[in-house]
Design a protein around this ligand. Sequence first.
Ligand SMILES: [Zn+2]
Ligand SMILES: [Zn+2]
Length: 174
Amino acid sequence: MAAGYHSVDLARFALRPGEGRRLDLDVDPGKLDLGGQQYAVRGNAVDARLDLSRTAAGYAIRMRFIAHIDGPCMRCLADAELPIEIDAREVDQPSTADEELTSPYITDDELQLAEWAHDALALALPIQLLCRPDCRGLCPVCGASLNDVDPAEHRHEAEPDPRWEKLRELKLDQ
Ligand SMILES: [Zn+2]
Ligand SMILES: [Zn+2]
């Protein structure tokens, strides 16, 4: 099979109104922006399930897939994995002037699958990639991951205030 479907020719299935077709396709949704970083989905592809339905005047399409994004946690730099589940629908009735019923991803029976998958993922992404929602990040003093330690026990002595140092010297001189 090819590396990934970019678009699908819907006319190829010669569906009549009321008929449907289920397709399982590899799709590369391209690079995604997350917290200012660019990420690709794991394996550069998702297994997308498409349910096509021919309506009286066009198409109704449902797209489902699970994408995995891997990368460093933005707080503690540990390996993080983000699974995102997509369930999106598009309706295209080109004969109507109603924009709600005209899909930007379907033109002349050609479904822009990769573009749709990309946009659906972009909408579903959280703001940050984290190893876990409550990641405690790194200790600002020693850089240890605070997820690995008991925060009640992980403490550092406060830096001595240089003014107190001076005072101590004075006292010693007396
Ligand atoms: Zn983390
Ligand atoms: Zn520390």
